[in-house]
Every structure is written in C-alpha cells, then in structure tokens.
Design a protein around this ligand. Structure first.
Ligand SMILES: *Cc1c(COP(=O)(O)O)cnc(C)c1O
Length: 435
C-alpha cells in the first residue's frame, strides 16, 4: 500500500468526502483509483506549485488537467476575473467580452470562422457531433479507440468484436441505441481508415479525433494518418472534427492544427480557453456554424454559456499567450524533462517510452513504441503506480494514471525541471525489480 502518513489531514478529508460525494470526488480520475492510496486535498496553487492541507508542497505537472498553461494564479488572469466580478456574475444577455474572446479565437485558430461558447469540453464535443449530423443529414460518427471526448453518450463506446464493427457502450446507462451509429477505429491505422470510407464513406457524418492524443497517454499521429483522413473527409463530404479540448493553445498558439498543418472543418476547445474557469467552445467554417440555432435549425443552448467571469479568464489567458508567446520556452522545458526522464530510466535499466508533443508528455513503462490504444495498454501499470507514489512522496505531482499526459507550464523553470529529474533519478532504481 502507498504511504499516505505524510498526509493525515487529506486522509481524514477523503474519508469525510466519501460519505457525501460518490467516491469522494466530483470527477473520477481524481480519486487515485488507478494507482491506489488517497489523494492530497489541495489548499492552494501558486505558479508551478500546489500546496496541500497537510503542509506539503508539490511541483505541479497536472495544471488542473490542462488549463493552467500560465501556472496557477497568473496575475493578469486573477485581475481580469476580479474586474469582471465587480460588475456581476451572470446576466443571460449579450456582453462585449463574448465577442472579444470569439474574435481572438477566430484570429488564432485557422479552421474557426465562427465560434459558440459553452461551459465544458463535453458540451463542446456533444454539440459539434449534433451539428455535424444536422449539417450533413447523416448519422454515423467515427471515433478512434483511446481518444476521449468527454462523457457524451454516443462517444462512450468501445470497439466491437473485430475491426469495423459498430461500437458497444463502455458505460452502464448508455443504451445500445446511443452508440449504434458510432464506428470505432484504431488510431494511426491508415488501412482501417481507408476500408471504413470505402465501405460507408457516404454515410459518415463526422470523424472526431484528438489531433495529438492525450487521453491514452500522449500518442502522436503520423503525418500519413492525418493527411489521409483530411482527404477522405473532403472526398466524401464528411465533417472532420478536431477535438482540441486538450491540445488547443497547448501545443501551439494556433492549436494542433497549426502545428501539424492540417485544417479540420470543426474544432472543439476547452481547458486553456477558460484559463481555469468552466469554458468550452466549438467553431469552424461559417457555413457549418450557421446551421446552429438561432440562425439554423440545430438546437444548442446554455444558461451560463459565455459567462462573464469565464470570458474574462479565458480572454486574459489567450491574450497573455499571444503577447508572451511562451511556446519555444515550453518546448525547451519539456524537451529537457523528456531527455532527463529517458536518462534516469536508462541508467536504472527500466524500459520506457517518453512520447512528447510540445509541453504534453507521457512516460510509458513499455519496451515498445506506443502508437495506439493497444500498444499503450501493454504498459506496466503496476510499475507506473509505484513510480507515481514515489514521485509524489518527493514533491512531484504527476497525473495519477499511466494513460494521461503531463503538462509543463510557462511558470516552470529549468531549475524545477532539474529537481524533477533528480527525483526521477532517485526513484527509477527502486522500480527496476518487479514488485
Ligand atoms: C478534457 C477533455 C474533454 C472533456 O472536457 P470536460 O471539460 O472535462 O468536459 C474532451 N475532449 C478532450 C480531448 C479532453 O481532453
């Protein structure tokens, strides 16, 4: 069992939370289910650091699962939220800040001519799927095994038995009817993609994917995979949706589509676009976006959509990113971490793969390259659990699952990366034996 004796208050609060909140958490990944033990309860964040209620300090590589690319409590973001707060919290009527943020998104993201704000990534992908179906008048949606698009019914699906079969629900409570029009393919598998389009291309409303995957751990698309996908969607009138909820403003100021040079028809955004407040968005070609109500017939709405505090936070975050352009700095810091982790593991004789795109990175305990869900799940998750807890005990806060990406922020420094590598160098030799 992991040692949680250094976190007695968190232990007590977790037991308390479990009595009134299912599993003690409001989102399942936080409960440490994959690695065992109990999570630290966070008292506050500051720049690259988290502080728990037991007085421990951590170097944070989770950043609230993505939003905090500027670190916690960035002064420009805090000030913008404070100013907005002075004027009220919600009006349910148009405000200028909504156009300010929309124009900035249109300026930065190549595929986006018009954009609709919602309050979470899940809402963004759910709405984009509905829009693609409404726009094309078709039903079938393609997704890739290992990509996560929020808890949308039709996308909570696993591959059926055998390739190219329609998916089956991956959660109780999702009726088979909800996933009957979802086709699950393997990430990076060009032959399977071609076959799907050959057989049913003219029935396909949309293909949705993470253009760099983060939700099976970081998995990098091949150039051939993305270009073939773009061409097939164009040829068949299928809407290509890049789910950039994680990669948007993370791997490039212009999102993954700029970095990779492939332009989708629709883009979903979340996480960084809210700068730590609840925001999601979906946008794309004006012709498609104008199919959304009130212009078009595809219904989608939200009482708190475009919320003034959330708009202020997102606008300050994106403005800061545009002004400071920290992406070269992030590339250097994350590359330093990647090299250091590879060396620490190599010196200890522990086989690992470190996949990285920009400041998104996953260390897989795996002898072979990780390119899709099948190769990702061949990783040694037991070794990952020991790694995770040993790093936490040394003050390094990593995502609590092998199948997540860590994030480096602009608040991290080369010295903090060195400290993290030093901790990894101390931990890796402890992992060289089987448990
Ligand atoms: C986080 C995430 C979502 C879901 O966003 P929520 O705000 O948690 O609903 C969707 N897609 C991707 C790629 C994500 O990383």
């Amino acid at each position: 069992m992991p040692d949680t004796s250094s976190r007695p208050n968190s232990q007590e609060q977790f037991e308390r939370a479990c009595r009134s909140i299912p599993g003690g958490v409001n989102s399942p990944a936080r409960a440490f289910g994959a690695v065992g033990g109990t999570p630290p309860f966070i008292q506050r964040g500051d720049g690259p650091f988290l502080f728990d209620i037991d007085g421990n300090q951590f170097i944070d590589f989770v950043g609230s699962w993505g939003p905090h690319i500027l670190g916690h409590r960035h002064p420009a973001v805090i000030e913008a939220i404070k100013n907005a707060l002075e004027t009220g919290t919600s009006f349910g009527a148009p405000t200028v800040a909504e156009s300010d943020l929309a124009e900035l998104v249109v300026e930065l993201v190549p595929s986006v001519e018009k954009v609709r704000m919602v309050s979470s990534g899940t809402e963004a992908t759910m709405s984009a799927i509905r829009l693609a179906r409404g726009f094309t008048g078709r039903s079938v949606v393609v997704k890739f095994a290992g990509c996560y698009h929020g808890h949308v019914d039709s996308l909570l699906v696993q591959a059926g038995s055998g390739a190219l079969t329609l998916g089956t629900p991956s959660s109780p409570g999702v009726p088979a009817g909800c996933t009957a029009d979802t086709l699950v393919l393997s990430y990076n598998d060009v032959a399977m993609l071609r076959q799907a389009f050959e057989e049913q291309g003219d029935l396909l409303a949309a293909v949705i994917l993470e253009p760099v995957c983060g939700n099976m751990g970081c998995v990098i698309p091949t150039d051939e995979f993305l270009r073939t996908l773009r061409q097939l969607c164009t040829d068949h009138g299928t809407v290509l949706i890049f789910d950039e909820v994680m990669t948007g403003f993370r791997v490039d100021l212009g999102c993954a589509q700029t970095r990779l040079g492939v332009t989708p028809d629709l883009t979903t955004l979340g996480k960084i676009i809210g700068g730590g407040m609840p925001v999601g968005a979906y946008g794309g070609r004006a012709e498609i976006m104008d199919a959304v109500s009130p212009v078009g017939g595809v219904y989608q709405a939200g009482t708190l959509s475009g919320n003034p505090l959330a708009m202020a936070s997102g606008l300050a975050t994106l403005t800061q990113l545009r002004q400071t352009n920290p992406y070269d700095q992030l590339e250097h810091l994350a590359s330093q971490l990647q090299q250091g982790l590879l060396k620490a593991a190599g010196d200890a004789g522990v086989p690992v793969q470190v996949n990285r795109v920009g400041s998104m990175l996953t260390l897989f305990f795996n002898e072979h390259p990780v390119t899709d869900l099948q190769t990702a799940t061949a990783s040694d998750t037991e070794r990952f659990s020991r790694w995770f807890h040993a790093m936490l005990d040394r003050g390094v806060y990593l995502p609590c699952s092998q199948f997540e990406a860590l994030f480096v922020s602009a608040a991290h420094t080369p010295e903090l990366i060195d400290q993290t590598i030093a901790a990894a160098s101390a931990v890796m030799p402890l992992l060289s034996d089987p448990a």
